[in-house]
Ligand binder design. Structure first.
Ligand code: UT7
Length: 331
């Protein structure tokens, strides 16, 4: 008999209506469309502009669609894990706020802060609750409202990030579909290259931290780029090797959408044809925890039951990893 696996049985996403184009950014900082497209592949991003709206609202919109698509009674959901670095508040968590906003009353949840690898960390964590048989319906949400921590005077960071949410339903599969393997990694010494300086216990908010613009995402892009490529390629290689997978066994690569050059490089290292490497960065930019579920959502109609997917990510922390997934339904 096959092991019980945690299968994705539905996927949904949400991006806010307001679109921030490269032409808009040209009016805000010293940049231009040609530089942004050639260095990142990004043409536009969606930004949450509605007053009073936060990450939980985007997550809730994605979860509402997910519940409808999977025909799930909110009362049957047992757990919701939310990957985010832009929770509504430092506490409480955003997972339980999302549950409250969509009427999920019999579940508990928590947030996972692993930056751009947050969705993979959360998916892997959630899968264990299904595999052990203690839970039958677990939702994983990846959401970030990066516009709330992006410095729109810093041309090196403001051009890459956008807002969005993606959500998946995980249920048991006795036929072997779902999460097969995950290799997750971290190196806390990388925190100096990608972080938000103030607002935590190290540097609580003061007038000085606000004046010094320390409540925004700081990134040393070139260093992060190099580590991202290596981390994604190394973990993909290890996951393929330990699961006896060769290139042609993989139907889809789903890289975190941070930069088109990273996506293309990762694909080329294994000689994957470009059409099998998911890529929607032009439309949304880097939505941090949401990039992977939003990419799968956009390719869902092309997915077939039994397809092998390699999900790979790298982010602040540093955190990184690769998950091998067998798709459970025809899109
Ligand atoms: O998602 C989590 C993990 N994050 C990532 O994986 C992101 C990884 N990093 C990157 O994607 C890229 O490093 C960036 C897109 C952030 C930056 O691209 P880059 O090719 O690494 O540029 P750079 O920082 O090395 O800067 C090259 C030049 C500099 O000018 P000089 O010093 O050569 O004269 C920058 O000042 O480009 C300049 N520059 C810009 N020029 C026009 C930086 N940002 C811009 C801009 N428009 N927006």
């Amino acid at each position: 008999m096959e092991l019980r696996r945690a299968a994705i049985t539905g996927i949904a996403g949400y991006t806010p209506d307001t679109v921030l184009t490269n032409a808009d950014l040209e009016k805000m900082v010293d940049t231009n469309d040609e530089w942004i497209v050639s260095r990142t592949g990004i043409k536009q991003r969606h930004i949450m502009k509605e007053p009073g709206k936060a990450s939980s609202d985007m997550g809730a919109e994605a979860v509402k669609v997910l519940l409808e698509k999977t025909n799930t009674d909110p009362a049957d959901v047992e757990m919701l894990i939310c990957a985010t670095v832009t929770g509504d508040m430092i506490f409480p968590d955003t997972a339980n706020t999302i549950c409250d906003k969509v009427g999920i009353k019999n579940a508990y949840g928590f947030d996972v802060n692993a930056a751009c690898s947050g969705f993979l960390y959360s998916l892997t964590t959630a899968s264990k609750f299904i595999e052990t048989g203690t839970h039958k319906k677990v939702i994983v949400v990846g959401v970030d409202m990066m516009s709330s921590i992006v410095d729109y005077t810093d041309r090196a960071t403001c051009i890459i990030f956008g807002d969005g949410a993606g959500a998946v339903m995980l249920e048991p599969s006795d036929e072997g579909y779902g999460v097969q393997d995950s290799l997750l990694k971290a190196d806390g010494s990388g925190r100096q290259y990608l972080h938000m300086k103030a607002g935590g216990s190290l540097h609580p908010a003061t007038l000085e931290t606000v004046a010094a613009r320390e409540h925004f995402a700081f990134q040393e892009g070139r260093t992060v780029f190099k580590h991202a490529v290596k981390g994604m390629v190394d973990t993909m290689k290890d996951v393929m090797e330990r699961n006896n997978l060769v290139r042609d066994d993989i139907n889809w690569v789903v890289p975190h959408q941070a930069n088109l050059r990273i996506i293309e490089y990762v694909g080329s290292m294994f000689d994957f044809p470009a059409e099998r490497v998911m890529n929607n960065i032009a439309m949304y930019g880097n939505t941090t925890s949401a990039t992977i579920p939003l990419a799968i959502r956009d390719y869902e109609s092309q997915l077939k039951k039994g397809d092998n997917l390699l999900l790979t990510a790298f982010g602040g922390g540093f955190t990184w990893g690769t998950t091998y997934l067998k798709w459970a339904y025809n899109g």
